[in-house]
Design a protein around this ligand. Structure first.
Ligand SMILES: *[C@@H]1O[C@H](CO)[C@@H](O)[C@H](O)[C@H]1NC(C)=O
Ligand SMILES: *[C@@H]1O[C@H](CO)[C@@H](O)[C@H](O)[C@H]1NC(C)=O
Ligand SMILES: *[C@@H]1O[C@H](CO)[C@@H](O)[C@H](O)[C@H]1NC(C)=O
Ligand SMILES: *[C@@H]1O[C@H](CO)[C@@H](O)[C@H](O)[C@H]1NC(C)=O
Length: 604
């Protein structure tokens, strides 16, 4: 019996060589039983596998198609899944690090999509050279790319035919759903080269000049039927170019199918305009499916922000997520201040709302206490908001006090508001204590809260303990300076078995009290799934208490981060990890970057 497999493998090796060298598939191969064809497929490099699959007689292809319609017997189903295995094998050979990270259903599609991306990236590098003067389609791909798709043995045969970028685009473009393009490739020729693509997602970088905008617009029009996501990064945009881009997306000047639109780390010629580019206005009002809109890190001033908000409000947009982070929008909601709300502007806003907006991110915008006050009024026009991120804004205690009436009213009116991020808002113990006291009495409690990176000190622990006893599930109090005293108070204040699922208490100089706190938290049927207790100056004696806590946790806990506590006792650490390796999915204990050890936020 030992001979049969070796004869088989010999035959397969011969056939493989034949296919690879002739660059052609002998038709007789398709008469092979499916199992043999599968075994053969697993030996083939991508181009040969591609040829085998595309040369497959129509009847056999049809059988494969029945896969989707469930009209298959076991044998046929196995056949098609094994071709997918062959594609997965090739993908893994080329991008082994990525194989685990992505779980595509169709490895053939993802293989050629990534391959095309590699070709385009290489082409962009060549096209950026000052000496470059050819058409981009004629850019020649290097051996280092070709060797992956052909077998290295036969690469020399294939040089001429498979060299040019245009070949790869033409042949594999139909597999590419998502591509990232550098601006050097955005010339009018790009449309021709990518004509077989039906792109769903397009990411553009460094678009600066009108010719590039032109190239992009042609590509957008060409993919209008399928495109749902557009992302512009590091671009320089004038009103004219924004208008052209938006026009290119709108079918027959009526509607567009874009779900996600993002302009990020870019520069607008006018950052504080008196009116939005008209194209953007039509874009907002003609997108029936627009789901998320991001304008992050574009240095936009308050007027830009104001215009975006009011335009969306006027268009009664169906947007779900609006991200205006990292701009400079101090004063952007001044139309919503108390005084003007009694006047004319108020009547123009009556009844207008962003009914579907659920996520609003205003991180890092230089917002101050007055902005928080205005925001409170603006939020009543967003009745279905669930998540508000105002982190990295110096709103201070007065700012949070200005927002408190909104939290109360949202709860009383049963708005779905549930998640609040107040990281690094220059809040102090007073403001946060007041906030926590209010939040603790709400009829409809929050689901998640972050007050991380505000210097609150240990005296916030009293209010925090009461708050933790309510229904909060995700709490981030990283770097608020709780210290050992704070955790002592928490241990006394917090009830056993809270609803907390994730908690981040890192960088609080908590010492051994952290361990005692965990023990208390985990006693009595806790839902705790993840704890970040890193960088807390915990002494090595804490390990015994943590061991007791983990015994109580009974397998619910998935992540415990204890890094950055500088324990010298390797044995004690190893034994803790070993003891719980089956019950806690991940215990992180060794700090991979010792430089972080200096990063403690203490009491001021
Ligand atoms: C590749 O581009 C060159 C020009 O650089 C052209 O002469 C040749 O015909 C192209 N080859 C194929 C196979 O398209
Ligand atoms: C763009 O936005 C995303 C968030 O949507 C962010 O993670 C990223 O850092 C931003 N900047 C660039 C240059 O991509
Ligand atoms: C801190 O914890 C929160 C909640 O568990 C988590 O979302 C956040 O990413 C953590 N922060 C860091 C820096 O890991
Ligand atoms: C825990 O917090 C530290 C400090 O902010 C952070 O570096 C680390 O990534 C966090 N751990 C996890 C698992 O998110």
């Amino acid at each position: 019996m030992a001979e049969a497999p070796s004869l088989l493998s010999l035959c397969i090796a011969l056939v493989t060589d034949e296919i690879v060298q002739r660059d052609d598939v002998p038709p007789a191969l398709y008469d092979l039983p499916p199992d043999l064809l599968d075994t053969l497929a697993l030996q083939l490099p991508p181009l040969a596998l591609h040829n085998l699959q595309s040369g497959m007689p129509f009847e056999l292809q049809n059988e494969d198609e029945y896969d989707n319609g469930c009209l298959v017997d076991g044998r046929k189903r196995r056949r098609s899944s094994n071709f997918n295995l062959a594609w997965k094998k090739n993908f893994n050979l080329r991008w082994s690090k990525l194989t685990d990270a992505i779980q595509p259903v169709d490895w053939q599609q993802i293989y050629w999509e990534r391959h095309l991306q590699s070709c385009l990236d290489e082409a962009a590098e060549i096209a950026s050279l000052p000496s470059f003067s050819k058409c981009i389609g004629e850019i020649e791909m290097s051996d280092s790319i070709l060797k992956y798709i052909a077998s290295e043995k036969s690469i020399h045969f294939w040089r001429a035919k498979y060299r040019n970028l245009s070949y790869h685009c033409q042949e594999f473009g139909c597999y590419a759903l998502c591509l990232m393009l550098q601006s050097v490739l955005c010339v009018s020729e790009i449309c021709h080269i990518l004509r077989s693509c039906k792109l769903q997602k397009l990411v553009l970088r460094w678009i600066r000049f009108p010719e590039q905008v032109n190239g992009l617009c042609k590509l957008l029009s060409q993919n209008r039927e399928t495109l749902t996501s557009l992302e512009l990064i590091h671009c320089k945009l004038s009103s004219t170019s924004v208008n052209s881009i938006c026009d290119a997306l709108i079918h027959n000047r009526k509607t567009h199918g874009i779900l996600h639109f993002s302009i990020n780390a870019s520069h607008f010629d006018e950052t504080d305009p008196v009116a939005l580019p008209s194209g953007l206005v039509s874009f907002f009002s003609s997108g029936r499916y627009l789901y998320s809109f991001k304008l992050c890190d574009n240095d936009l001033g308050k007027n830009f922000g104001k215009l975006v908000f009011h335009t969306l409000l006027d268009a009664s947009s169906c947007l779900s997520a609006l991200d205006l982070s990292e701009n400079k929008m101090t004063g952007w909601l001044s139309n919503f201040n108390r005084r003007s709300l009694t006047g004319l502007q108020a009547s123009s806003m009556v009844g207008k709302s962003l009914q579907s907006l659920r996520v609003l991110s205003l991180r890092g915008n230089g917002l101050k206490k007055d902005d928080a006050d205005n925001l409170r009024y603006a939020l009543f026009h967003i009745p279905n908001l669930e998540f508000l991120d105002i982190s990295d804004n110096p709103i201070e205690d007065d700012g949070i006090r200005n927002l408190i009436p909104y939290f109360i009213e949202a709860s009383e009116r049963s708005f779905p508001f549930a998640d609040l991020n107040l990281e690094n808002c220059e809040l102090s113990c007073d403001g946060v204590t007041q906030l926590l006291n209010v939040l603790s009495t709400l009829r409809k409690p929050l689901r998640s809260l972050s007050v991380a990176d505000n210097s609150l000190g240990s005296s916030v622990a009293g209010a925090l303990g009461v708050f933790m006893g309510k229904s909060i599930q995700i709490l981030n109090v990283e770097g608020i300076g709780l210290g050992p005293c704070g955790f002592q108070d928490l241990v006394e204040g917090v009830t056993e078995g809270s609803n907390i699922v994730n908690i981040n208490i890192s960088k609080n100089r908590g010492g051994i009290e952290i361990a005692t706190f965990l023990l208390k938290l985990l006693s009595g049927g806790s839902d705790l799934v993840s704890v970040n207790a890193s960088y807390n100056l915990m002494p090595v004696e804490s390990l015994d208490i943590i061991r007791s806590a983990l015994k109580i946790a009974k397998g619910k806990l998935e992540l415990l981060d204890l890094r950055g506590n500088n324990w010298d006792d390797q044995k004690a650490q190893d034994s803790l990890v070993a003891e719980f390796q089956n019950s806690v999915k991940k215990i992180l204990i060794y700090s991979s970057s010792p430089t972080l050890d200096g990063l403690y936020d203490g009491d001021p």
